[in-house]
Design a protein around this ligand. Structure first.
Ligand code: FAD
Length: 308
């Protein structure tokens, strides 16, 4: 499925799909385009603080509502030109015609961005609201993968859901549609955040059992505050594991203890994932570097970078 992807893309960036296969485990960081000048300063501070860790790549999300969408292209372009990092841009099908999507993919290619994460996206406002396709747009991420593949040399990733996507009626159809995206040309995947390693291993094993060998990177967000525990189901579609929630409840009144436990828990989770053969860890940073750096140090990931 990765056969159409060269190992180095036009412009010189490595193709993430290949990198994951030859230099696993990879580790990577995700950022979002901020809405304010102060947010922008924090983003660039985090990027500069994480750059010396030499991640395999970094990614920039695509705003759901529209206001920050142009910023995804600007930020990935700036990362490509002003840092040593390999950027990946997220792209969604929300409120875009096929012509607009082709145009965006072209702009990203001109900016030197050849690694893309193809997503359907959620309806703006209410993520569980009715999905309405743009009249000249596409319905599913698989269609966007095909569109990007047709546009030229790109390495294309897609989303995976350890617990299943909240809209999927059951795990079997979720797996089937995930494999559709891979057959459409995706050469790697990144999971939604999760807190139970077994959910990841079950996803990986059912995808492999269906004959699909696309590498699935584990998406990890260290808990830094109680609201993450409380909002876990809303954010990830999966309930927060009760035993782990009880550990957080015991220190709920002490924000620093919550943060420390979050870093410890994320480190334990990553260790289990890597020991179980996960091909990479993708950190949801929320544009902050501290917790991610602490987990990274706990994992002694410099060895991974040197080996990669
Ligand atoms: P799809 O794969 O199209 O799936 C959507 C739903 O349709 C699923 O329930 C699926 O099972 C079902 N389905 C798929 N194909 C078919 C078919 N042929 N027939 C019937 N049903 C089908 N959102 C953003 O807005 N911006 C971002 O930058 C962003 N980044 C993300 C990064 C990661 C790593 C992840 C995991 C999610 C991200 N999201 C982002 C959220 C994502 O857009 C939503 O979760 C969205 O609801 C699903 O996107 P998808 O690409 O998985 O969609």
């Amino acid at each position: 499925m990765a056969l159409g992807t060269p190992s180095v893309m036009p412009g010189g960036d490595p193709a993430i799909g290949r990198l994951v296969r030859v230099a696993a485990p990879t580790f990577s960081f995700e950022f979002f385009p901020p809405k304010t000048e102060r947010g922008n300063e924090l983003l660039w501070q985090a990027i500069r603080e994480l750059e010396p860790l030499h991640p395999s790549f970094v990614s920039v999300t695509y705003g759901a509502g529209g206001s920050t969408r142009g910023r995804t292209v600007e930020i990935t372009e700036r990362i490509a030109t002003e840092t040593t990092l390999t950027p990946m841009a997220h792209l969604t099908a929300v409120n875009h015609s096929v012509a607009e999507l082709r145009n965006l993919v072209g702009r990203l290619a001109e900016a030197g961005v050849r690694n893309l994460l193809a997503l359907r996206g959620d309806p703006p406002g209410d993520p569980m609201g009715e999905w309405v396709r743009h009249p000249q747009g596409v319905d599913y991420a698989a269609d966007l993968v095909r569109l990007i593949r047709e546009a030229g040399d790109f390495s294309v990733g897609v989303a995976a859901f350890p617990y299943r996507h909240p809209r999927s009626p059951d795990v079997a159809s979720d797996t089937e549609y995930f494999i559709d995206k891979c057959r459409a040309g995706a050469d790697f995947a990144i999971t939604q955040m999760f807190f139970d390693a077994d959910d990841y291993f079950r996803l990986r094993d059912r995808v492999a059992a269906a004959g699909c060998d696309v590498p699935i990177l584990a998406g990890i967000m260290p808990v830094t505050r109680m609201s993450t525990v409380e909002r876990s189901e809303q954010m990830s579609g999966a309930p927060f594991p009760p035993a782990l929630a009880a550990e957080f409840e015991r220190v709920a009144d002490d924000p620093e203890a919550v943060r420390q436990l979050g870093v410890e828990q994320a480190s334990r989770l990553c260790e289990r994932l890597l020991a179980g053969g996960a091909p990479g860890i993708h950190f949801y940073t929320l544009n902050r570097s501290t917790a991610t750096r602490e987990v990274w140090h706990n994992l002694a990931l410099p060895t991974v970078a040197a080996g990669g």
